[in-house]
Design a protein around this ligand. Structure first.
Ligand SMILES: [Zn+2]
Length: 270
């Protein structure tokens, strides 16, 4: 909470620097402009850099020797997520899904299936609000809580991991995640699969950089579809296996303290 307060003071001090403009002189303009620019750049770094630790403690690697974690954000998608689950099942790979709560509520059977097949389900907020870092405090807390409740409704477990939309931070995110019992998980490899439809580019971005402990960011729901990611993935999995990488979850499933849903729940997913 102390860092949240310091950030608020930084915000106030940055804007208060504009008072130096009165009475206006060129030197005052330079001083106020410099303070305002420096304060704004620092705040943007703290809010937008996906791996900075200052506002929100976060983890961007997995332990366990020669392994990587595949993570999929923004789903579930009624078409692409089942295709991805088929692919992962065929390859015998477990992954972590950061689901959007309201989409999980629309397609709970897909989330249930992912959990039943051994994947990890995590909280990616309720609505995936794009200006996440500017949310009012009450709305921020609701986004976190409703995301958690949606996962619990879908597959019977409370998620333990959280990732915000686009990795954005918020001055109050750290204390609110602590209250909610959630750990922030970032990434080390960003495939930028949201910006390219070229499966070769996505595969190269992973294969050129993959190292032990990497968390790889992909998406199982995109406005234009995820065909490029689905096309790249078999090659990525095969090549990483040839290099003796194992695929692990981004966190433990056992921590949920809730048993895997009964087979009957799994059947309803098909
Ligand atoms: Zn997202």
């Amino acid at each position: 909470m102390a860092r949240s307060l310091i950030f608020c003071l930084l915000f106030l001090a940055t804007h208060a620097s504009l008072a130096l403009l009165y009475p206006f002189t060129l030197s005052r303009l330079l001083i106020a402009g410099s303070i305002y620019l420096a304060g704004t750049l620092l705040m943007l770094y703290l809010l937008f850099h996906p791996r900075n630790q200052w506002l929100v403690a976060n983890r961007s690697r997995v332990d366990g020797g020669r392994c990587v974690a595949l993570t999929f954000d923004d789903g579930p998608d009624p078409v692409d997520t089942p295709k991805l689950l088929d692919l992962l099942r065929a390859k015998g790979v477990k992954a972590t899904f950061f689901v959007v709560g309201k989409r999980a509520d629309q397609h709970p059977e897909i989330v249930r299936r992912a959990w039943a097949e051994g994947h990890l389900i995590a909280n990616h907020t309720w609505s995936h609000y794009s200006l996440f870092c500017f949310l009012p405090p009450a709305r921020l807390r609701r986004e976190i809580e409703r995301g958690t409740e949606s996962v619990r409704r879908s597959c019977g477990v409370r998620p333990r991991l959280f990732r915000s939309p686009v990795g954005l931070r918020h001055p109050l995110l750290g204390p609110y995640l602590k209250d909610a019992g959630l750990e922030y998980v970032s990434w080390t490899i960003r495939t930028r699969d949201t910006l390219t439809g070229d499966s070769g580019v996505i595969a190269r971005r992973i294969l050129d950089r993959a190292a032990s402990g990497d968390i790889i960011l992909l998406h199982d729901r995109l406005p234009g579809g995820t065909h490029a990611m689905l096309e790249a993935l078999p090659r990525v999995i095969d090549e990483l296996r040839e290099r003796e990488f194992q695929f692990v979850l981004a966190g433990p499933r056992e921590d949920s303290g809730v048993a895997t849903p009964e087979p009957a729940a799994y059947e309803t997913a098909h």
